[in-house]
Write a protein that binds this ligand. Structure first.
Ligand code: MN9
Length: 292
């Protein structure tokens, strides 16, 4: 399990905004170095957590460049290059190839309810244009696209597909994919069920709450691999106490607030996301910060 390529713990990077709503370069750079020091295997860049679909094209490119400049060679870099348009996704993929990313990943094209064949073509059109391995980003709750066993089989029988970022609660399907393709990397996507994912075959995780507590996920994975299930469950419970508070106040807004309180100036999420409430700030100060 542990020797599957790209396995590990990847932080899905948040995007910090300053008071004028611009990307805060210094906050992102400081955070990247602190997160590597805290145990991250690498980063998932411009994913859902990064508010990717609220960023301009120029901002997205700037983030790919900035993260590569700071972290390339220090950790593994996965670039989420998905877009509704195949051409746009290919443009991001080519940029990331040039910048030295280790792999690309893409959400399925969304909004227009493309059919199975169009979605398959989208992925193959991308891998035909770049030489980086592709990690399929499965997140049906947000994309509205529920890839099934047949789609995964089509992708994973092709050498150019490295694996799946699996953000769904159907752990039977996850296990079926891993059993059919043991050499492909499967990432658990919902942080609150990380340990469940490991037990069903995930090789690691990619998560947004890793921005705040990556060390705890490193610990869960290590305990799981050592067969110390009760201890692993105890850490997962600790994590879930925190995630529950995040969900109450808006997950990304709450994660940014944790980093704000750590002195990293991540600001608020971009509209139409609402800024975190005063009660949210207080609850994070009193109930979350002492646990980190
Ligand atoms: O992909 C993340 N999903 C989203 C991973 O951001 C939509 C997760 O890390 C969740 O934010 C987390 C909290 O529900 O599990």
């Amino acid at each position: 399990m542990a020797d599957v390529k790209f396995s590990g713990i990847y932080t899905a990077l948040l995007t910090p905004f300053d008071q004028n709503g611009k990307i805060n370069e210094k906050a992102l750079v400081d955070h990247i170095h602190q997160n590597i020091a805290a145990g991250a295997t690498g980063f998932y860049v411009n994913g859902s957590t990064a508010e990717s679909f609220l960023l301009t094209e120029a901002e997205r490119k700037y983030i790919y460049e900035l993260v590569a400049a700071e972290a390339k060679g220090k950790c593994t870099l996965l670039a989420q290059i998905g877009a509704i348009s195949t051409d746009q996704a290919i443009e991001y993929a080519k940029l990331c190839e040039k910048l030295g990313y280790d792999a690309i990943s893409s959400v399925a094209p969304f909004y227009y309810k493309f059919g199975a064949e169009q979605i398959t073509n989208y992925y193959f059109d991308i891998v035909n244009e770049v030489s980086l391995p592709m990690i399929v980003y499965h997140i049906p709750a947000l994309s509205g696209v529920a890839l099934g066993a047949a789609a995964f089989e089509k992708f994973l029988t092709d050498d150019r597909f490295a694996g799946v970022k699996y953000t769904a609660n159907d752990y039977f399907l996850m296990e079926q994919i891993k059993t059919a393709f043991p050499n492909k990397v499967i990432y658990n996507g919902y942080d609150e069920t990380f340990l469940a994912g490991l037990s069903m075959g995930a090789d690691g995780g990619i998560g947004s709450t890793y921005n705040c507590m990556v060390d705890k996920y490193v610990k869960i994975k290590k305990l799981f691999e050592q067969g110390k299930m009760a201890e692993a469950q105890a850490v997962q419970k600790e994590v879930n106490f925190i995630i529950n508070i995040f969900i109450k106040h808006g997950v990304m807004a709450a994660e940014k607030e944790v980093l704000n309180q750590k002195g990293l100036a991540f600001g608020d999420c971009r509209r139409p996301f609402a800024p975190i409430s005063e009660e949210g700030k207080r609850e994070i100060a009193e109930r979350v910060m002492p646990l980190l």
